[in-house]
Design a binder for this molecule. Structure first.
Ligand SMILES: [Zn+2]
Length: 146
């Protein structure tokens, strides 16, 4: 009898991963095998605040053009226009920095400006390397012939 209750106790201590079915320890937060969180909702001490989610009816209204300002899509010509804007010397890079670092509410525009800024840095480095290489080449050429 006592053996059975002991077993029952043991069984209460051990749990099984809901994700992969492997046995896991009671006090472990995550499954050792698959990494899935193991603690049931009721046991969880610190409740993680749920991420802000848009309600289903809100999502359906998105397609009707009722998109929040921060997620408003940019049209193809919009992107094209911004690209042209960023290409303007001096003014373009200032606008790019403004948009990339929080000057706009729109997530799409912010990400576009950031990616454009990364591209700008890559191109600038490539140009610099090319100019250094070309400069060295030109000077060696100059030394050879003159
Ligand atoms: Zn698991």
């Amino acid at each position: 009898m006592s053996d059975v209750s002991q077993k029952g106790n043991e069984k209460g201590k051990m749990r099984f991963c809901a994700s992969c079915g492997k046995q896991i320890e009671e006090d472990s937060m995550f499954c050792n095998y698959c990494g899935a969180p193991t603690r049931p909702q009721a046991n969880r001490k610190e409740q993680v605040a749920p991420a802000p989610q848009y309600k289903a009816n809100e999502r359906t209204s998105w397609s009707q053009g009722n998109v929040p300002a921060e997620y408003k899509p940019i049209s193809m010509w919009g992107y094209f226009g911004y690209e042209l804007l960023f290409m303007i010397p001096c003014v373009g890079i200032i606008l790019l920095l403004v948009f990339a670092f929080g000057g706009t509410q729109n997530v799409n525009l912010k990400n576009f400006a950031r990616s454009y800024f990364c591209m700008f840095i890559v191109v600038a480095i490539l140009v610099l390397i090319f100019m250094l290489w070309f400069g060295a080449y030109a000077s060696s050429f100059y030394n050879y012939y003159y």
